[in-house]
Design a protein around this ligand. Sequence first.
Ligand SMILES: *Cc1c(COP(=O)(O)O)cnc(C)c1O
Length: 468
Amino acid sequence: MRYISTRGGAAPRDFEGVLLAGLAEDGGLFMPETWPQFTPAEWRAMRALPYADLAARIIARFTGDAVTEAELRTMCHDAYGRFAHAAVVPLVQLDHRAFSLELFHGPTLAFKDLALQLLGRLFDHVLARSGQRITIVGATSGDTGSAAIEACRDRAAVDIIILHPEGRTSEVQRRQMTTVLSPNVANIAMQGSFDDCQDAVKAMFNDAPFRHEMKLAAVNSINWARIAAQIPYYAAAALALGAPDRPVAVSVPSGNFGNVLAAYGAMRMGLPIERFIVGANRNDILARWLDANDMTMRAVEPSLSPSMDIQVSSNFERLLFELLGRDAVATAEQMQRFRTEGRMPIPDAAWRAATTRFRGFRLDDAGTIAEMRRVRAEAGYIADPHTAIGIAGARAHAPEDAGMPVIIAATAHPAKFPDAVREALGEAPALPPHLADLYERPERFTVLPNDVAQVQGLVRAHARRNAA
Ligand SMILES: *Cc1c(COP(=O)(O)O)cnc(C)c1O
C-alpha cells in the first residue's frame, strides 16, 4: 500500500513512512493511492469477529508489509483490552432507528482513544525495529491531547508535547493532560484559540531543519494511521445493523473532520453508508458549506462542545481531494486560496457531488441543552454535549427511508463535560473509578504566548533533556 499527498508535491510513502511523517513535505495530507475494498461476502464473514480482530483485519489493508495482520491483532487486543466495555464500542438504541455508537469507553473517555491507543503501540513497534527516537507535537481542543498523552506516556522512544488553548478546554480535559507527570510529557497552554495552536504545530512541521532535528511526528488526525484506526468502529456498527445487506446512515459531531472522514473511508471500502450528517455547534463552517457552498472562515467562538470549536477542519482537505477527482494541483490551489483569502470557492460540481451523501447540521448551545434534556426524558440516556449534536442531527437529516438505521458517533463520556450536563440535567455524572481523584492530582504545564519561536524553544529543551 502506497500513500500520496493531496497536494501532489511529495514522494509516495509506505505505511511506516506516513505513520512517522504525519503531514507531507508539501503541506498536504497523505491518502492511500487506492481504497482497499472488501467484498460483501468478506464483510459478512467479519460479523463474527470480536472488535480487536475486526480492527486488525481492516487496518491490515492499510499497513501493507509494514505491519502484519497478526502483529496488529496483538496490538489491538492489548489496546482495546483496556477499554471498560467488553464490546469496546457498544451500540445503544435511542429510538426506532437511532443508535448511539459509544466510542468513549477508553482511558480518557473520548473516541480519540480508539485511534491513539493503537497509534502509541504502532510507534513502539516501528521505532523498536529502527532504533529511532521521535518527538510528538500536537494541538488539541481538549480530547486529542489527553488521549495522545495517555497513549504515549512513559514510552521509551517517544517525547510528547501538547499545545492546548489556555482556558478553552474543560477542566476535566485539562487535568487529564496536565496531571500526567511522566518525564516524557510536556503541556503548553497557549494564549490563543485552538486554530492558533494548530497553526503553531503546522509551522513547526513546515520548518524542515527543525522537523528533522527533532524527528517530529504527529498524532493529530492529519496522521493517516488515525483515520485508518477509526474506520473499524463504523464497520462494526454497520455490520451489527445489517450491512452490507442493509444501508445505514451516520451522524458525526465534527471538528477537524477526521471522524466523519473515517466513516467515508468505511463507505469507500465497500459498506453501504448512504448518508453522512456532519454536526456542528455555532462554529459551523462545514454546515454552511454543505448548505450553500459557502466555505468562509470566521473567528472561532467558544461553545459547550469545545472539541468542535474549530474553523479550519484539517481533514476536509482529504474529502476535497476526493471531490476534485484526486486532482492534487487543484486541491493545492484551493487550500492556498483558503489560507490567503479566508474562503474557498469550491467548484459547483464538486459541491453537488458532496451533497448527494453529506448533510450539514448546526445546533447552538441552547439547542444542545434542550436536546440533552429531550434524550434523557425520552430514552433515559445521558449524552454529552457533542453527542447531543449528533443525535439532533440524526433527527433532522435522517434519510426518508424510515427503515434505515442511523449510527450516531457518541464521541465523549458525559462525565467529561460535567458543567454542561449539570446545566441540562441538574446533576453531573460521576467520573469512572480510574479518574475519581482527578481533581486532587497535581498539575504541570507552561503558559506561552502565541509565538512559534517560543514554542520551538520549549520543544527543543524537552526533547534534549529526555534524550540525554
Ligand atoms: C475530537 C472530538 C470531536 C471532533 O472530531 P473530529 O474528528 O475532529 O471531527 C467531536 N467530539 C469530541 C468529544 C471530540 O473529542
